[in-house]
Design a protein around this ligand. Structure first.
Ligand code: EPZ
Length: 415
């Protein structure tokens, strides 16, 4: 397993460009199956999740061409078949092949999704949606077989405003007969980006970004051209790094609206963020005040940023708290932050962080994508050398993180 070595304490300056949103493109790539002609997608980040999804598409018979941050997918040669466990398990987003294959071929055979160990990751709401559209769902050992004679539009209420279920039901519904209404839909910006992509191919989706999404089924989806929105979680991670070590650090290619909750919490902590049209400029805060965080669905504070922010909270004066309301078990970074010298106590879904504490370099493990980011930030501010192992988790979702941090002046290397 690859690991990172970081020498902490380096001031970070200069500019970095944020890549395309992982949680948008991991749905858009499988969604190309729904098209009856080649699809061009730009601003695609260079992350391993995209390679894994490309492997599945190629296995199914699609042709993929990639030049830099653009991919062209030609789905016309696809033959619908079981997706082998080995490649399906590489990432949770492989479950989007369920909605895409069901939507296009009325049948999908996909293994249970993989994904970060941050609590049980059920997909009961996805399956409820498929059944409401007329599909039958069978679990055969550890894979789902989802079948439908035809898909008929229906009204589907989501008990939880699940991002994955909202997207998967959209994918299954775009070529169904009649109107599908998703109620209590997720409102994340990635949902809007995915709906725009499908509409660019000829779908008829309205209401994306609100809690009621309407999808009028169409017979065919054409090829199209689409740009992935900037990754607000990557941007937020670098914003947190800048609040700790930045000297006029400029973060480019962002949509400020998508970072509103983080920017507002950082300013509560005493961090000054200069907000431009599509960039931010951040400087290390002289003194950080303690704050309280509660993760919520968008536009609330994003669960994906609570782990990176936990590292900043170890530097705040006084007691800060994090309440995680989306996942049952998303504090796996904390034992390692404590190993580095932090003073954090966990009580079920609440973490209490006493600061400021001087972090010292140590050997730590990236247990999941955002926990890895939290520990990299720990290494960047700690005294001495930090080794972060299992960084394959991090490379799934942070494009060229070593190159970007090195460019800013960090002493970091992969080996
Ligand atoms: C997406 O996961 C993101 N992943 C996650 O990002 C993100 O944390 C999450 O949305 C919330 O914003 C991708 O988009 C690939 P959910 P997803 O369905 O779709 C429960 C990262 O770090 N639930 O909104 O799996 C579920 O257990 C990753 O980039 C059900 O109970 O999230 C969780 O507690 C991590 N039944 C809550 O809902 C279901 O059928 C939110 O899950 C589906 C979900």
């Amino acid at each position: 397993m690859q690991q990172l070595e970081i020498i902490g304490g380096q001031p970070l300056t200069g500019k970095i460009k944020i890549g395309g949103a992982k949680n948008s493109v991991v749905a858009i790539v499988p969604a190309t199956i729904l098209a009856d002609a080649p699809v061009t997608i730009t601003n695609v980040p260079k992350i391993s999740d995209i390679e894994a999804l490309g492997e599945i598409l190629t296995f199914l018979g699609a042709k993929i061409e990639r030049t830099n941050n653009t991919i062209i997918v030609d789905p016309t040669g696809i033959i619908n078949q079981e997706i082998p466990e080995g490649i399906a398990k590489k990432l949770r987003a492989s479950y989007y092949f369920m909605g895409a294959l069901l939507g296009k071929y009325k049948r999908a055979e996909v293994y249970f999704p993989g994904g970060c160990p941050i609590g049980p990751r059920p997909i009961d709401l996805h399956l409820k949606g498929f059944k409401k559209l007329g599909a039958t769902v069978k679990a055969d050992h550890n894979k789902y077989i989802i079948d439908a004679k035809e898909l008929i539009g229906n009204t589907i209420y989501l008990d939880i405003a699940s991002v994955g279920a909202t997207v998967n039901i959209m994918l299954a519904a775009v070529r169904a007969k009649g109107l599908t209404v998703i109620e209590n839909a997720a409102k994340e910006p990635e949902i809007v980006n995915i709906a725009t992509f499908l509409n660019n191919m000829g779908a008829k989706i309205s209401g994306a970004g609100t809690s009621v999404i309407k999808i009028m089924g169409v017979n065919q989806l054409n090829g199209g051209f689409h740009e992935v929105i900037p990754d607000r979680i990557e941007a937020g991670t670098y914003l947190i790094i800048g609040a700790l070590l930045g000297h006029n650090m400029r973060i480019e290619n962002i949509i400020p609206l998508h970072l509103e909750s983080l920017i507002s919490k950082l300013s509560e902590a005493g961090v000054k963020v200069k907000v431009g049209r599509d960039y931010l400029i951040i400087n290390k805060a002289k003194c950080l005040k303690s704050i309280n965080i509660k993760t919520l669905v968008y536009p609330g504070f994003p669960t994906d940023l609570q782990q990176p922010l936990a590292t900043l909270l170890t530097q705040c004066q006084g007691i800060s708290t994090i309440e995680e309301t989306i996942y049952e078990d998303r504090f796996n970074n904390i034992p390692y932050l404590n190993k580095m010298g932090a003073d954090i106590k966990i009580n079920q879904t609440k973490a209490t962080i006493k600061g400021p504490t001087n972090l010292k370099g140590a050997k730590v493990k990236a247990t999941d994508l955002r926990a890895g980011a939290s520990l990299i930030i720990g290494g960047l501010i700690a005294e001495g050398k930090t080794t972060v192992t299992d960084i394959n988790h991090v490379l799934r979702g942070y494009e060229q993180i070593v190159e970007k941090l090195t460019k800013l002046g960090a002493k970091i290397r992969i080996n």
